[in-house]
Write a protein that binds this ligand. Structure first.
Ligand SMILES: [Zn+2]
Ligand SMILES: [Zn+2]
Length: 149
């Protein structure tokens, strides 16, 4: 985890400040504020995530649920993956943006759609999954990415 150390001018005393990032839907009424760095950043090429995101692949960052604050109205829809895993997909009922999801198998985490941060400097993914369903023109580049078919 990246931690910023801020020295105070009065000297000697140091406090630790964590990065806080805010993701929102397109209309802005649904927001999730995330304190600290994500515990995992992944892209998923599965067909369900293509439909969820409306894009040719989805990127999401998982945060500890105790470090996020959700404001606004969200609705959710429950999907079951190929292997039976359940996912609760939360979206804005006004603009329809998919903002985050929860996996009952990982109750301490929430996965936030990276695009909802609207931050091109957001850290890059560590994992690229379902590469077997990746569009031929997509390439996830970077050092040390764990790849799964
Ligand atoms: Zn919205
Ligand atoms: Zn997926």
């Amino acid at each position: 985890m990246r931690v910023l150390r801020l020295g105070l001018p009065s000297g000697g005393v140091e406090r630790v400040a964590r990065v806080t990032r805010r993701a929102t839907c397109q209309c802005g009424q649904l927001a999730i504020e995330c304190e600290g760095d994500p515990v995992r950043i992944s892209v998923c090429h599965c067909l369900d995530c293509q439909r969820r995101s409306g894009s040719s692949f989805a990127a999401q960052a998982r945060f500890l649920i105790e470090r996020v604050t959700i404001t606004g109205e969200a609705r959710h829809w429950t999907r079951f993956g190929d292997e039976g895993g359940q996912g609760d997909m939360y979206f804005c009922p006004t603009c329809g943006s998919n903002v985050f999801y929860k996996l009952p198998a990982q109750p301490d985490l929430v996965a936030v759609a990276v695009g909802a941060f609207a931050d091109p400097t957001f850290p890059q993914p560590d994992y690229s999954v379902y590469e077997g369903r990746k569009h031929a023109w997509v390439e996830i580049v970077g050092e040390g990415i764990d790849r799964y078919d």
